[in-house]
Write a protein that binds this ligand. Structure first.
Ligand code: B16
Ligand code: MG
Length: 217
Protein backbone atom coordinates (compact mmCIF):
# COMPACT_ATOMS: atom_id res chain seq x y z
CA UNK A 1 0.00 0.00 0.00
CA UNK A 2 1.36 3.40 -0.99
CA UNK A 3 1.83 5.87 1.88
CA UNK A 4 4.71 8.14 0.87
CA UNK A 5 5.22 10.33 -2.19
CA UNK A 6 8.68 11.66 -3.04
CA UNK A 7 9.08 14.42 -5.60
CA UNK A 8 12.05 15.59 -7.59
CA UNK A 9 12.03 19.40 -8.02
CA UNK A 10 13.41 20.53 -11.36
CA UNK A 11 11.34 19.04 -14.19
CA UNK A 12 8.58 17.69 -11.93
CA UNK A 13 7.42 20.62 -9.79
CA UNK A 14 8.90 23.52 -11.75
CA UNK A 15 10.96 24.12 -14.87
CA UNK A 16 14.10 25.62 -13.37
CA UNK A 17 16.23 24.01 -16.10
CA UNK A 18 15.72 27.10 -18.27
CA UNK A 19 17.22 29.32 -15.56
CA UNK A 20 20.09 26.92 -14.92
CA UNK A 21 20.70 27.11 -18.67
CA UNK A 22 20.75 30.92 -18.79
CA UNK A 23 23.24 31.09 -15.93
CA UNK A 24 25.53 28.34 -17.27
CA UNK A 25 25.32 29.83 -20.77
CA UNK A 26 26.73 33.14 -19.51
CA UNK A 27 29.63 31.34 -17.81
CA UNK A 28 30.28 29.17 -20.87
CA UNK A 29 30.28 32.27 -23.12
CA UNK A 30 32.80 33.96 -20.83
CA UNK A 31 35.05 30.90 -21.06
CA UNK A 32 34.58 30.66 -24.84
CA UNK A 33 32.83 27.31 -24.60
CA UNK A 34 30.00 26.56 -27.04
CA UNK A 35 27.01 25.49 -24.93
CA UNK A 36 23.58 24.74 -26.37
CA UNK A 37 20.12 23.96 -24.99
CA UNK A 38 20.80 20.43 -26.27
CA UNK A 39 23.90 20.22 -24.05
CA UNK A 40 21.78 21.51 -21.16
CA UNK A 41 19.83 18.21 -21.14
CA UNK A 42 22.96 16.57 -19.72
CA UNK A 43 22.84 18.84 -16.67
CA UNK A 44 19.37 17.79 -15.54
CA UNK A 45 19.39 16.17 -12.10
CA UNK A 46 23.17 16.56 -11.91
CA UNK A 47 24.90 18.48 -9.07
CA UNK A 48 26.20 22.03 -9.52
CA UNK A 49 29.85 20.97 -9.55
CA UNK A 50 29.29 18.06 -11.91
CA UNK A 51 27.36 20.40 -14.22
CA UNK A 52 30.42 22.67 -14.46
CA UNK A 53 32.65 19.66 -15.13
CA UNK A 54 30.38 18.57 -18.00
CA UNK A 55 30.61 22.07 -19.51
CA UNK A 56 34.40 22.06 -19.13
CA UNK A 57 34.47 18.68 -20.89
CA UNK A 58 32.50 20.14 -23.78
CA UNK A 59 35.04 22.96 -24.05
CA UNK A 60 38.03 20.66 -23.52
CA UNK A 61 39.09 22.87 -20.65
CA UNK A 62 40.43 22.00 -17.22
CA UNK A 63 40.36 24.17 -14.11
CA UNK A 64 41.83 23.89 -10.64
CA UNK A 65 39.50 22.96 -7.77
CA UNK A 66 39.69 26.55 -6.60
CA UNK A 67 38.71 27.92 -10.01
CA UNK A 68 35.85 25.41 -10.20
CA UNK A 69 34.62 26.58 -6.82
CA UNK A 70 34.71 30.22 -7.95
CA UNK A 71 32.81 29.44 -11.14
CA UNK A 72 30.15 27.50 -9.24
CA UNK A 73 29.64 30.47 -6.94
CA UNK A 74 29.42 32.83 -9.90
CA UNK A 75 26.89 30.63 -11.61
CA UNK A 76 24.77 30.34 -8.50
CA UNK A 77 24.76 34.09 -7.90
CA UNK A 78 23.47 34.58 -11.42
CA UNK A 79 20.98 31.71 -11.09
CA UNK A 80 19.62 33.25 -7.90
CA UNK A 81 18.81 36.50 -9.71
CA UNK A 82 16.38 34.44 -11.84
CA UNK A 83 15.04 32.39 -8.93
CA UNK A 84 14.26 35.50 -6.92
CA UNK A 85 11.91 36.48 -9.74
CA UNK A 86 10.07 33.14 -9.80
CA UNK A 87 6.31 33.53 -9.44
CA UNK A 88 3.62 31.20 -8.10
CA UNK A 89 2.32 30.79 -11.67
CA UNK A 90 5.45 28.85 -12.53
CA UNK A 91 4.45 25.73 -10.60
CA UNK A 92 3.99 23.15 -13.38
CA UNK A 93 0.36 22.44 -14.42
CA UNK A 94 -1.64 20.37 -11.94
CA UNK A 95 1.13 20.12 -9.34
CA UNK A 96 -0.43 22.33 -6.65
CA UNK A 97 -3.76 20.51 -6.92
CA UNK A 98 -2.14 17.08 -6.97
CA UNK A 99 -0.10 17.81 -3.83
CA UNK A 100 -2.99 19.44 -1.97
CA UNK A 101 -5.35 16.54 -2.70
CA UNK A 102 -2.80 13.83 -1.91
CA UNK A 103 -2.05 15.55 1.40
CA UNK A 104 -5.74 15.79 2.29
CA UNK A 105 -6.02 12.05 1.60
CA UNK A 106 -3.30 11.37 4.17
CA UNK A 107 -0.28 10.64 1.98
CA UNK A 108 3.08 11.76 3.38
CA UNK A 109 4.98 14.03 1.01
CA UNK A 110 8.69 14.78 0.68
CA UNK A 111 10.96 16.57 -1.74
CA UNK A 112 14.05 14.73 -3.00
CA UNK A 113 16.17 17.14 -5.01
CA UNK A 114 19.83 17.68 -5.90
CA UNK A 115 19.35 21.44 -5.66
CA UNK A 116 20.80 23.44 -2.81
CA UNK A 117 18.27 26.15 -3.59
CA UNK A 118 15.22 23.91 -3.15
CA UNK A 119 13.77 25.59 -0.06
CA UNK A 120 14.02 29.03 -1.63
CA UNK A 121 12.37 27.77 -4.82
CA UNK A 122 9.45 26.08 -2.98
CA UNK A 123 9.01 29.23 -0.95
CA UNK A 124 8.88 31.43 -4.07
CA UNK A 125 6.33 29.06 -5.59
CA UNK A 126 4.23 29.24 -2.40
CA UNK A 127 4.12 25.45 -1.98
CA UNK A 128 6.69 24.82 0.76
CA UNK A 129 3.95 24.06 3.30
CA UNK A 130 2.67 21.21 1.14
CA UNK A 131 5.79 19.17 1.97
CA UNK A 132 6.19 17.24 5.21
CA UNK A 133 9.94 16.89 4.62
CA UNK A 134 12.47 18.54 2.32
CA UNK A 135 15.63 16.63 1.40
CA UNK A 136 17.84 18.71 -0.87
CA UNK A 137 21.39 19.15 -2.13
CA UNK A 138 22.50 20.44 1.26
CA UNK A 139 21.44 17.22 3.00
CA UNK A 140 22.82 14.58 0.65
CA UNK A 141 26.39 13.58 -0.11
CA UNK A 142 25.77 11.12 -2.95
CA UNK A 143 24.14 12.10 -6.24
CA UNK A 144 21.38 10.15 -7.98
CA UNK A 145 21.44 7.28 -9.15
CA UNK A 146 22.59 6.69 -5.58
CA UNK A 147 19.36 6.19 -3.61
CA UNK A 148 20.52 8.35 -0.64
CA UNK A 149 18.16 11.28 -1.24
CA UNK A 150 15.05 9.07 -1.45
CA UNK A 151 16.16 6.82 1.44
CA UNK A 152 16.52 9.93 3.60
CA UNK A 153 13.12 11.14 2.41
CA UNK A 154 11.32 7.88 3.24
CA UNK A 155 13.08 7.63 6.61
CA UNK A 156 12.07 11.15 7.62
CA UNK A 157 8.49 10.42 6.53
CA UNK A 158 8.67 7.13 8.48
CA UNK A 159 7.33 5.20 5.52
CA UNK A 160 8.83 1.84 4.38
CA UNK A 161 10.66 2.09 1.04
CA UNK A 162 8.31 -0.26 -0.80
CA UNK A 163 5.35 1.94 0.22
CA UNK A 164 6.84 4.93 -1.62
CA UNK A 165 6.44 6.36 -5.09
CA UNK A 166 9.12 8.62 -6.57
CA UNK A 167 8.21 11.18 -9.24
CA UNK A 168 11.20 11.95 -11.47
CA UNK A 169 12.08 13.50 -14.82
CA UNK A 170 15.68 12.24 -15.04
CA UNK A 171 16.86 8.71 -15.83
CA UNK A 172 19.33 8.83 -12.93
CA UNK A 173 16.43 9.65 -10.60
CA UNK A 174 14.37 6.68 -11.82
CA UNK A 175 17.40 4.50 -11.20
CA UNK A 176 17.84 6.01 -7.72
CA UNK A 177 14.20 5.19 -6.89
CA UNK A 178 14.65 1.59 -7.99
CA UNK A 179 17.92 1.34 -6.06
CA UNK A 180 15.91 2.34 -2.98
CA UNK A 181 13.25 -0.32 -3.70
CA UNK A 182 10.59 2.25 -4.54
CA UNK A 183 8.15 2.67 -7.41
CA UNK A 184 9.23 5.22 -10.03
CA UNK A 185 6.83 7.38 -12.00
CA UNK A 186 8.57 9.11 -14.91
CA UNK A 187 7.50 12.59 -15.92
CA UNK A 188 8.39 12.81 -19.58
CA UNK A 189 8.71 10.48 -22.55
CA UNK A 190 9.59 6.81 -22.92
CA UNK A 191 12.72 7.63 -24.99
CA UNK A 192 14.27 9.42 -22.02
CA UNK A 193 12.84 7.28 -19.23
CA UNK A 194 12.53 3.69 -20.47
CA UNK A 195 12.99 2.29 -16.93
CA UNK A 196 10.01 4.08 -15.35
CA UNK A 197 7.23 1.86 -13.90
CA UNK A 198 4.70 4.35 -15.26
CA UNK A 199 5.09 7.34 -17.55
CA UNK A 200 3.06 10.54 -17.34
CA UNK A 201 3.38 13.76 -19.33
CA UNK A 202 2.81 15.72 -16.11
CA UNK A 203 0.77 15.76 -12.91
CA UNK A 204 -2.30 17.43 -14.39
CA UNK A 205 -5.55 15.51 -14.89
CA UNK A 206 -4.44 12.56 -12.80
CA UNK A 207 -5.12 11.46 -9.21
CA UNK A 208 -2.92 9.50 -6.84
CA UNK A 209 -5.52 6.68 -6.79
CA UNK A 210 -5.31 6.35 -10.57
CA UNK A 211 -1.51 6.22 -10.39
CA UNK A 212 -1.59 3.52 -7.69
CA UNK A 213 -4.07 1.53 -9.76
CA UNK A 214 -1.93 1.75 -12.89
CA UNK A 215 1.21 0.75 -10.99
CA UNK A 216 -0.51 -2.44 -9.86
CA UNK A 217 -1.54 -3.48 -13.39
P1 B16 B 1 21.67 23.88 -7.50
P2 B16 B 1 16.60 18.30 -9.30
C1 B16 B 1 18.80 19.66 -10.03
O1 B16 B 1 17.49 19.65 -9.54
C2 B16 B 1 18.82 20.23 -11.44
O2 B16 B 1 18.09 19.40 -12.33
C3 B16 B 1 20.25 20.32 -11.91
O3 B16 B 1 20.30 20.84 -13.22
C4 B16 B 1 21.05 21.20 -10.94
O4 B16 B 1 22.41 21.28 -11.33
C5 B16 B 1 20.94 20.60 -9.54
O5 B16 B 1 19.57 20.52 -9.17
C6 B16 B 1 21.68 21.43 -8.50
O6 B16 B 1 21.07 22.67 -8.34
O7 B16 B 1 22.76 24.51 -8.31
O8 B16 B 1 20.46 24.78 -7.32
O9 B16 B 1 22.17 23.33 -6.20
O10 B16 B 1 16.13 17.84 -10.64
O11 B16 B 1 17.42 17.28 -8.55
O12 B16 B 1 15.46 18.83 -8.45
MG1 MG C 1 14.76 16.75 -12.12
Amino acid sequence: EIKGLLFDLDGVIVDTAKYHYLAWKKLADDMGIPFTTGNNERLKGVSRKRSLEIILEIGNLSLSEEEKEKNCEKKNALYLTYIKQLTEEEVLPGVRKFLTEARAKGYKIALGSASRNAVLILDRLGIKELFDEIIDGNAVSKAKPDPEVFIMGAKSLKVPYDNCIVFEDAAAGIEAAHNAGMFAVGIGSSENLPQADLLLPGLNNITIEEICKRLQE
